[in-house]
Design a binder for this molecule. Structure first.
Ligand code: PLP
Length: 391
């Protein structure tokens, strides 16, 4: 591991970065600037699902870049059209608005919910979200985020948001009245430390939204596109959202998000209501089409399920007594005390990337292409790191 010394870091200090500089990657392995290899159980925070530098994705990007990089959304492009059709096929006909990030997909969902519900004039503009939830850092998404420490320095936030405890049907029932346009939830809370709600929670949220006339907006930015062993995490719960947000792995690492909505809801937007210069550009769309092809052709949804079981079993073995939770290849270990950073640091020194999602929780979101052998090796390194720290 070598520390980047080639140039001063002139970026704003919003990240406490790890002392390692990566120069290349292949599948679930990253290589630093000294040539050292690491097993990657972070995947660029649940982004590199098809693995690093997938040759088909790289070629799709290069081919499209040689043809056309950008024309704006004033004009039609074939890759964006095909991607919208592809996502519609995967979601029973939902319509897409393409963005450049997860936060922007959430912004779009918030605006769409208010537009659909009639907003302040109709007395229906509130959004209900969950404590601990994470939806991004732009002001609307930050307001939806249920984490006061991230919010407080930037107040005043956007009016009209209410937070309720996650996984609490009674609290949701009390909060969702006729002034609520939408309920925004992660099917599994990622940044909060991989919190899986009780069976029936999403279904109850679905029924409640139905009953009260609010939209169910599911944030599948982290859980979507195979990560949890289903194309979308909501499928596990047997519910369908009205609006869904995707991003992260969608374009294989190029910046791309999408807000999808059932046609009758999407139709609330009129020309001029929402816009983006870059969102859904042909290069990102071509990458995303190839990512979806790879997920399908390499059977990565099923792989996430199978590999997830192996990872979970390994973690249970190594962290006996600690809570191991998650689904598919979105797993976490709750260490019960604030040593997650220390364990992640030791793991890094031993050639493994894991994420300290919270001070006490380690999160593992490896590429869906990670091999069984790499999972075993990762678990071995993590176990050794934990034993050192625990001692
Ligand atoms: N929603 C969820 C569930 C996320 O995990 C994230 C990012 O971690 C976001 C939204 C924000 O996405 P982005 O960082 O692309 O804006």
């Amino acid at each position: 591991m070598s520390v980047a010394t080639s140039a001063a870091d002139m970026t704003m200090a919003t990240y406490r970065r790890w002392p390692v500089e990566f120069v290349s990657g292949r599948r679930a392995v990253l290589v630093d600037d000294s040539g050292r290899e690491y097993i990657d159980c972070v995947a660029g925070i649940a982004v590199a699902s098809v693995g690093h530098a997938h040759p088909r994705v790289a070629s799709a990007i290069a081919d499209q870049a040689h043809r056309l990089i950008h024309v704006s959304n004033l004009y039609v492009t074939e890759p964006q059209n095909r991607l919208a059709q592809r996502l519609a096929d995967l979601t029973g006909g939902m319509r897409s608005f393409f963005t450049n990030s997860g936060a922007e997909a959430i912004e779009c969902a918030i605006k769409l919910a208010r537009r659909w519900a009639g907003g302040r004039e109709a007395g229906r503009h509130k959004l209900v979200a969950a404590d601990g939830g994470f939806h991004g850092r732009t002001l609307g998404a930050l307001t939806a985020t249920g984490q006061p420490v991230k919010q407080r320095p930037f107040e005043p936030l956007v009016p009209g948001f209410v937070h309720v405890p996650y996984d609490d049907v009674a609290a949701l029932r009390a909060a969702v009245d006729e002034s609520v346009a939408g309920v925004v939830l992660e099917p599994i809370q990622g940044e909060a430390g991989v919190i899986v709600p009780s069976e029936g929670y999403l279904l109850a949220a679905r029924e409640l939204c139905e009953e009260r006339g609010a939209l169910l907006v599911l944030d599948e930015v982290q859980t979507g596109l195979g990560r949890t062993g289903d194309w979308f995490a909501f499928q596990f719960d047997g519910v369908e959202p009205d609006v869904m947000c995707l991003a992260k792995s969608l374009a294989g690492g190029l910046p791309m998000g999408a807000c999808l909505a059932k046609p009758g809801i999407a139709g609330a937007f009129e020309p001029g209501d929402h816009a983006t210069t870059f969102g859904g550009g042909p290069v990102q769309a071509a990458a995303a089409l190839t990512v979806l092809d790879v997920i399908e052709e390499e059977g990565l949804v099923e792989r996430a399920r199978v590999a997830g079981r192996r990872l979970e079993a390994g973690l249970r073995d190594v962290f006996g007594g600690k809570e191991v939770r998650g689904r598919g290849l979105m797993m976490a270990v709750d260490l019960g005390r604030d040593v997650a950073h220390d364990v992640a640091e030791r793991a890094l020194q031993q050639g493994l990337l894991v994420n300290d999602a919270t001070p006490s929780v380690l999160r593992l979101t490896p590429p869906l292409v990670i091999s069984g052998g790499q999972i075993d090796e990762a678990v071995g390194i993590l176990g050794a790191a934990w034993r050192k720290v625990a001692a």
